[in-house]
Every structure is written in C-alpha cells, then in structure tokens.
Design a protein around this ligand. Structure first.
Ligand SMILES: C[S@@+](CC[C@H](N)C(=O)[O-])C[C@H]1O[C@@H](n2cnc3c(N)ncnc32)[C@H](O)[C@@H]1O
Length: 395
C-alpha cells in the first residue's frame, strides 16, 4: 500500500529549455536529478520534499508526486489501472478534487474524456469500499490529480502544487507582454550576475526581472507570498513540517543587499505597476525605480549586469521605430555600460542584428511558442574596446 509518506518519483515541470536552471536549483536544495526531459526533471523524494520544492523553486511550474504507472492502450485498461490505485489513502471526502491531464494516444486524445474516466474510476473505488462520492471541481484549488497518458502508458500523479508555482504571487498588475515569473528567474540564472553586484533593468515593464533579482538577492522564498497549495488538501499532510519550512525561510531571508537594483521605464503606468508589484513582493525598498528613457537609466560604478527585455513584436508600421530602438540599445551599451555585462532578451533576431555589437553568447529560450535568445555582451571597460560588428553579420 502506497501512502504520501513513501519516497517515489517526483516530476517537476519547467518552461521549455529551462531545465538547466531548474537542475541547478534542485542541486542547491540538495536533490539529485534522475532524469531530465524537455518539459522537466525527475527526482526521488517524499511528500515533505514536495512541500520544500513548492516553497523554494523559482523556475518550476508543477511538482508532481507519482503514484502509479501502468500500460493502458484503451479505456478499459486505463479505468482498471486507475481504479486499482489506493485512492482512499490519499483523498479526503471533505475536499474538492480536480483531475487534469495530458492525453495523447492513437484512439483517445481527449483530455476531458480522460479526466471523466479518472473521476469515475476514483468514485467507483470509493463506492466499492462503502465510501461516499468525492466532491468534484474544475477549480484546482484543493486536491489535484494529474494524469499523463501517452502512447499506451499512463502515469498518475498527485499534483502537489495546484495553481502553477511559475506564478510567484506578487504580480497583481501586469503591463505590456510581461514575462512569466519562472521564465524571468531562468533568464537571470542564465546571466553572470552575482547577488552582491548591481542589477540594472531598463524597460522594466511590470518589474518582473528586477523583482525576481531582489527576491534572489535577499534569499526570499516564493512560498512566503502564497498560502494555498494542493499538497495541503491530501490525507496525511504534515502541517508542522510546512510551518517549519515557512519559519526557516523567514529566518533565512535577508533584509538588505550589497548591489543596487535599478528599474526604469518611459511609461508612467509601467513604473506604477512595477512599484505596486514590488510592494506585494516585499522588495520595493530594495529597488530604485525611475521614469525615463532607457538611455537615461542611471548606471552605478562597479560590477553588475544590465538586462533589457525590449518590445519585439512587429506590427505594421512598428518596424522602423524598433530598428532605431535596438540600434539605440547598442549605443547605450557601448557608451554608458562599460565594465558591465549587457543582456538583451528578445524574440526577434532580425532586430537583434541592429544592435551592432558582437554577442558573446546567445542563450536559447522559448517564450510560450516564440524562439527567443538572451544575448550576452561583455562591455569592456577602459582600453579594450567593445567589439563592434557590421550589422548584417550579427545574428
Ligand atoms: C516587453 S516589455 C517588458 C516586459 C517586462 N520584462 C515584464 O516582465 O513586465 C517592454 C517595455 O519597454 C518599455 N519601453 C519601450 N521603449 C522604451 C524606451 N525607449 N525607453 C524606456 N522604456 C521603453 C515599454 O514601456 C515596456 O514596458
């Protein structure tokens, strides 16, 4: 009989191409990855490990605790495999249950069908034990079961996160094209930034990158901004352990930082929203906000990074404006950011060519379905000039 106190496979999802950043986070927390795929990483652990992971991971989406894997080429095999699981060990009849799935089989590829079949199997199992039906919900606010059924094999997980942990709980108001918080954290991990250096973020929009940097520099766990997870709604959940994780995270959060974090934007609304979000995250006192054009962003002396996520959508009539903007970023880097590392996160490689500097690294990302690159520029100080390229050679 399986219970949530057993060690099992835990699959942690992350944005596509962000596994190396998730892997680093897992290793820092003391976990050894067993396997890695495009959509996430598998480790071995217990329910309490899931609690820690949900609380601390910045680059993850869901923490999934595996309860069964079985062959299922048709609906009868799937139903039998699902009903064989000791659901009464995990599920509480007082809690709402939501089933979500990814379904991709020759005969069945309808997620709604899989969700219903799973609920039927669970309810029939409860009835066969003389127990009441469960309360079903689509909200995902309490107990969430996740089914991955593909190519004739089904894996059933307890989704310990519920609402995705890719949202870090502070972005109550957004602005034009905000980055997902998990993606923003991954972008920062891909840079050379150290927590005691400056983090400068012109074109900050809703402030996601600057706020993530402040949370990292102060070691503030995302879990401190959230009060509900699916792991709280399964049988046997160790409330005391969760309280301990929370207390420990509070104790380990720093009050001040060494470097400066500067966020600027030329939009009043963006700065207003970014400040509000930083307040919600409890880091507004650590970020210097300024309303200005990106090229007027104050650049302090000392080591650090300048990270920009400029607009890259090309609507009709926008092209000429954006070409000038990207060229201007190149000039800004050359003239004002010497001695720093510069980064431009963009989904438009044609515009990237207009920057006119040679990128040292082009770090691959996928933002939803858009191919993106975080372009790294080493902006030499003093005698060693920043390497220029003919615009048509840069890609
Ligand atoms: C893609 S959004 C940034 C989104 C941000 N990374 C986030 O997660 O919310 C681009 C931002 O650049 C700002 N922007 C565009 N041109 C600018 C300029 N010349 N100077 C300053 N900000 C500018 C826009 O106001 C917008 O907030």
């Amino acid at each position: 009989m399986h219970s949530i106190h057993d060690n099992t496979e835990i699959f942690i999802t992350c944005p596509n191409r962000c596994q190396i950043y998730l892997q680093k986070e897992l290793e820092d927390l003391g976990y050894e990855p067993l396997d890695s795929s495009r959509s996430g990483i598998t480790i071995k652990g217990s329910w309490n490990d899931c609690i820690r992971l949900n609380f601390h991971l910045r680059t993850a989406g869901k923490v999934l605790y595996k309860v069964s894997t079985f062959r299922a080429v048709n609906k009868d095999e799937f139903y039998a495999g699902s009903k064989a699981i000791a659901w009464e060990e995990f599920l509480d009849i007082d809690k709402e249950i939501t089933v979500q799935s990814v379904t991709n089989n020759e005969e069945i590829d309808n997620t709604m069908f899989t969700n219903l079949l799973t609920k039927d199997a669970i309810n029939d199992r409860f009835r066969s034990k003389g127990m009441e039906r469960l309360i079903s919900s689509k909200e995902g606010k309490e107990a969430v079961v996740f089914v991955f059924w593909s190519s004739g094999e089904a894996s059933i997980y307890l989704d310990t996160s519920g609402e995705t942990i890719a949202k870090h709980g502070y972005r109550k108001i957004s602005f034009v094209a905000p980055l997902s918080e998990a993606l923003a954290a991954s972008i920062i991990y891909s840079t050379q930034w150290k927590h005691d250096q400056h983090f400068i973020n012109p074109m900050c929009g809703a402030g996601t990158l600057a706020i993530e940097a402040a949370l990292m520099a102060t070691n503030r766990a995302n879990g401190l901004m959230r009060s509900n997870y699916s792991f709280m709604h399964f049988k046997g959940y160790d409330e005391k352990f969760y309280a301990q994780v929370r207390e420990e995270a509070k104790r380990n959060a720093l009050r001040s930082i060494k470097g400066k974090i500067i966020a600027t934007d030329f939009s009043n609304e963006a700065i207003y929203n970014a400040k509000r979000n930083a307040q919600t995250a409890g880091v507004d006192h650590l970020i210097e906000f300024e309303l200005c054009n990106f090229e007027d962003t104050p650049i302090p002396e000392g080591q650090g990074v300048v990270v920009l996520n400029p607009p890259y959508g090309l609507r009709v009539g926008e092209e000429t404006e954006l070409i000038a903007l990207y060229k201007g970023i190149g000039d800004f880097f050359k003239q004002k950011c010497k001695g720093k590392y510069g980064y431009i996160f963009t989904g438009n490689m044609d515009l990237a060519k207009k920057i006119g500097l040679k990128a040292k690294r082009r770090i691959e990302f996928l933002n939803a379905t858009i191919e993106c690159r975080n372009l790294e520029y080493e902006l030499y100080d003093g005698t060693r000039a920043v390497e220029k390229v003919k615009p048509e050679l840069e890609s």
